[in-house]
Ligand binder design. Structure first.
Ligand SMILES: [Fe+2]
Length: 433
């Protein structure tokens, strides 16, 4: 990997170019210091259109309604006088801020038509499709980019990592391993590619292999801020599957819960890990209360259905009925507003129904929504939480034949799955209301 340039305040075209390259590399490899890299570029190019637009995308990826207006304003400001490519990226940010992601995707595709080697435009499109949970389009986007671009062009390794991840989501695991290995060979710091391979280990229920893989690529996945914590979530889930609960709980305390920056990805990692541990009989004590407390600013925002369902789970387990605030979540006519209304709110209410009322209808409802769950966004591995929740809540509420049928269906798909094998012989301890 090329060493990062020294941060400089010299206003020469070469320093602008090298600082821009540092920004692009930071974005492609999920570096936590991307903000500092943007600041360094902005210091020598204060009116740079791309800097403003990338900051806008950074806000939009946080999935908050409250950040849409400032993100939109930044992108609008960068429209004037910008080159066509930068205008297309700004238009994409504006459309996303308007909750019209399909328009955003069209602008991002046009940017890649202008320059098939535009790795940044592809990476942003890949990220947006991930947020939208559209696995087939995710695959199409990454494959089209990799096939059309010059393999020697900047960022090719990171885009191979995107293709590896997309292959996991469409179930093509051999291709995922192949592209993931090539990605890491070309770009050893490609955190997304290393993480894609961890997803393969998750899908084939090989937690031992998953832990060894994460150890091997620790340098790629360290230094990525919230994304590092997500990778450590994968490590903790592997540990849970191996029955190494104390180590998983220590990872929760020492890594996942150590930093809180109102990022719903952290909320998601924390909620699902606490659920998995608790259902294996681990006392998680006041951790639910603490999680529900820090999630409070995300509760009423309504900008992300994915955030909503995880916050609802934390709230219910902290003893606060989320149905008290679900009715106040703002709805609207945009894309995410529809997902909140059609998927997020029904899933959140169903979880509360079973968790707090002991009503098996909640577990049945979560299962019935199964084909809609991808609309929440995120990965298959993250959404597996809802399969597990449905099974455990079905057991809790006395719908044992239904729970057993779900276990059998899961084992048919994943015969080595430790969660299902454990439940087959002994349902988990009932969660206290
Ligand atoms: Fe992941």
């Amino acid at each position: 990997m090329t060493p990062e340039p020294e941060l400089s305040t010299e206003r020469s075209p070469s320093s602008v170019g090298s600082l821009r390259r540092a920004v692009h590399r930071g974005l492609l490899t999920h570096r936590a210091d991307l903000g500092a890299r943007l600041d360094a570029l902005a210091a020598v190019a204060p009116h740079d259109a791309e800097v403003a637009t990338l900051r806008a995308f950074g806000m939009l990826f946080l999935g908050r309604v409250s950040l849409r207006a400032p993100a939109r304003e930044l992108a609008v400001r960068s429209l004037g006088g910008a080159a066509r490519r930068d205008r297309l990226l700004a238009q994409a940010a504006i459309a996303w801020a308007d909750d019209e992601p399909d328009d955003a995707l069209r602008s991002l595709a046009q940017a890649q038509e202008l320059d098939p080697n535009d790795a940044v435009a592809t990476k942003v499109e890949h990220g947006l499709l991930f947020v939208l949970g559209r696995s087939k389009e995710l695959h199409r986007c990454a494959r089209r980019a990799v096939e059309r671009r010059d393999p020697e062009a900047f960022g090719h390794g990171a885009l191979l990592g995107c293709l590896a991840f997309a292959n996991v989501e469409t179930g093509e695991l051999e291709a995922a391993l192949r592209f993931g290995a090539e990605a890491l060979e070309r770009e050893p710091e490609d955190a997304w590619g290393a993480h894609a391979i961890a997803h393969v280990f998750d899908r084939v229920d090989d937690p031992t292999g998953g832990l060894a893989h994460l150890d091997r690529f620790r340098s790629a996945t360290a230094g990525c801020g919230v994304f590092s914590r997500h990778v450590e979530w994968h490590r903790a889930v592997f540990l849970v599957e191996l029955g190494r609960f104390d180590e998983a709980l220590a990872l929760y305390d020492d890594c996942l819960a150590r930093v809180w920056c109102e990022n719903y990805r952290d909320a998601s990692n924390r909620a699902s890990l606490l659920w998995y541990l608790e259902r294996e009989g681990v006392e998680v004590d006041a951790r639910w209360t603490e999680l529900a407390r820090v999630c409070e600013p995300l509760f009423s925002d309504g900008g992300s259905a994915f955030a909503l369902v995880h916050c609802a789970l934390a709230s219910a387990r902290a003893g606060i009925d989320p149905r008290r605030w679900l009715g106040t979540v703002p709805t609207g006519r945009g894309h995410q507003a529809r997902v909140v209304e059609e998927v997020g709110l029904p899933v959140a209410r169903a979880m509360a129904q079973s968790l707090l009322d002991g009503d098996s209808a909640g577990a049945v409802a979560i299962r019935a929504l199964r084909n809609e769950l991808p609309r929440l966004g995120g990965s298959r591995a993250q959404r597996d939480l809802f399969d597990r929740v449905a099974i455990d809540l079905a057991f809790d509420s006395g719908a044992t034949p239904f729970a057993r049928a779900l276990i059998e269906a899961r084992l048919e798909q994943r015969p080595r799955n430790a969660f299902a094998r454990r439940r087959k012989w002994a349902p988990s301890r009932r969660t206290r209301p």
